[in-house]
Design a protein around this ligand. Structure first.
Ligand code: FE2
Length: 235
């Protein structure tokens, strides 16, 4: 079973819709504010009922539509407990399961590194890695309590130990790649494959990346599920 992969060209963000094979229930992961109407249209076209909105972390580069989707569909917002996203129905912890449809289960894997609270989600052999593990790369670790050491441990101990055939669906891609596998990234990822921990930490420290343009707007908004603070349940 494949997820539906949707793209935001402005922030190179992927959004995923997971449709339960034997019911009309669906889950969305990391929806982007400006694609609210597009995502609703997809759900409507496919006759899907949105039950959960999941965030992999509090994003610094785009605003989520989680709050608006929740208000419009009645879905529950499920967020990593360590991300400071207050108004959610579920604060997820490592090892939790999000159940939807008749028999669908999403496993919650805490993978600190890109941010301290970042989570990955595993469903039917599909791993949604957020910004923890990207195709041939990884998320930056220089703000939001990020840590290169933590990211290295999360990826090498928790993700690279999954079945090699597990498909990797990243939170972003800047080069047009859409899907990979755990085995491929373990063997070929330019930053992480066959690299020692200290070497990885030094590599990440030397990146010297610019601050995300939207950070001061996106972070406070995303901690409210993308809604203005004075309209916690607005549409
Ligand atoms: Fe991020």
């Amino acid at each position: 079973v494949n997820p539906i992969q949707l793209f935001d060209a402005e922030s190179s963000t992927y959004t995923y819709i997971l449709a339960a094979p034997d019911s009309r229930d669906a889950v969305i992961i990391d929806p982007v504010d400006r694609h609210f109407a597009r995502d609703l249209a997809h759900l409507e076209r496919l006759g899907l009922h949105l039950t959960h909105v999941l965030e992999t972390h509090a994003h610094a580069d785009h605003v989520t539509s989680a709050g608006r989707l929740r208000a419009h569909t009645g879905a529950s917002a499920c967020v990593p407990s360590g991300c400071g996203i207050g108004p959610a129905e579920m604060q997820l912890e490592d090892g939790d399961t999000v159940a939807f449809g008749a028999r669908e289960h999403i496993a919650v894997i805490h993978t600190p590194g890109h941010t301290a609270g970042s989570m990955c989600y595993l469903w039917r052999g599909n791993l949604f890695t957020g910004d923890t593990l990207l195709i041939d790369g990884c998320g930056r670790t220089d703000f939001q309590s990020g840590s290169a050491a933590d990211l290295y441990d999360s990826v090498t101990r928790k993700l690279f130990t999954l079945d090699a055939a597990t498909r990797v669906w990243p939170g972003h891609d800047y080069r047009g790649q859409s899907v990979s596998t755990v085995g491929w990234e373990r063997d070929h990822n330019a930053r992480l494959a066959r690299r020692e921990r200290d070497d990885f930490i030094a590599l990440m420290a030397a990146l010297d990346l610019p601050r995300p343009k939207l950070m001061d707007v996106a972070l406070p908004a995303n901690r409210q599920l993308g809604l203005p603070a004075d309209l916690p349940h607005g549409a």
